[in-house]
Design a protein around this ligand. Sequence first.
Ligand SMILES: [Zn+2]
Length: 456
Amino acid sequence: MLDEIKIGFEIHEQLATRTKLFCNCSTNYRDSDPNSNICEICTGQPGAKPMAVNREALEGAITIAMMLGCEIKREIIFLRKHYDYPDLPNGYQRTSTPVGVNGELAGVKIWEVHLEEDPGKYDPITGKVDYNRCGVPLIEIVTAPDIRSPEQAREFLRELMKIFDYSNKTRKEGGTMRVDVNISISNQARVEIKNINSIKGVYKALKYEIMRQKNLIKRGLKIRRETRAFIEDQMITKPMRLKEYAEDYRYIPDPDVLPIKITEEFLEKIKKKLPETPKEKEKKLMLKYNLPEDVARVIASEYELAKVYEEVAKHVDARFAAYWIKDELKRVLEYNDLTFTQSGIKVEHLVELLKMIRNEEITAKVGKKIIEKMINNKKSPREIAKEHGLLNVISDENIVQKIVLEVINEHKKAVQDYLSGKKEAVNYLIGQVMKKTRGRVKPQIVLKYLNQYLKR
Ligand SMILES: [Zn+2]
């Protein structure tokens, strides 16, 4: 088909293990001095032999492969993938034959899931190398070129991030994902864009690349098979090298690593502990709490958030809590660019806040103000409410009446507007009453008195 876009991925993410894939060095390369977590194995010293493969890493890769619906292979062999770069002291990277094959996620076929070693870090400007990251276990996920647009690519990656989150097998600190994207248009040559480290970056790189390739095709030029780099600050891609072929890597089985047999027993053990997928959680929430799909989807978007919701629903009306979390809590999290886990909000505080709203101790409006102040705050919502004088709904209607009258007298222009037919002026007046009462009065009561007085 003309102009048909085909996009596929190779996604790399670090597995959360204490030690490296073939040695006992710590995987903590972020808060350690350069070259402090290294040994003769992960720096490829002559004669050094790898230890047996890290079981935790193997279990992590199989768990994720299972969650992606893959068929698990019973024998895994480690291959040496040769290339020359200063961050790779061995001169090759160990990468496994597929751990799992033929999975599916969000309508995209998962071809293969592999286990491999991360290289070190090389700074081409200073020429310094830090080997701490050498040998940290990575999972690699290879998809079919089933994706048809940058938007679908973004959606797929978001779903994959959710799987990682639910699996609890990848590193939590984030920023460790690296994506290689391949794209071809109208059956022209396939172009690969290497090492993009965010979903946003993938989206921008694809947008640029589609435009670039379509322009070339329009001018009757051929697309070269090549590897390009995404230059994030300029939002463009640049040629790196002509695309290498698999044979360039001279893959050979690593003679130092024995083939790994995956036993039925080992698989059963993993299956027993297999976490729910985000989709399964979504369906469960819909059924158990009678939630609409869009609400369940938002709550299931983060493992920790779904867990917290189920806890909250034990104490507060489940539907009320669900909508509140979807609309208000999510709004505050998104505004602050935080996940629920990062927000530091305690589940008991959330329960307390929702109960205060349900018991009409505070209005919904005040509740929204309080949740904004609950981010990384040790104080309970009741303490926050007290501190800001937000406690107690003004239920004495005489007081409400008095305030409404004050507002009418102070905002004659709005009253005139209202009387001359601008009905929306009433919202302004409600707003003024809310301001005076710091939101501690129910809008319905304000409206009742406003209507009474404005009719006179
Ligand atoms: Zn080591």
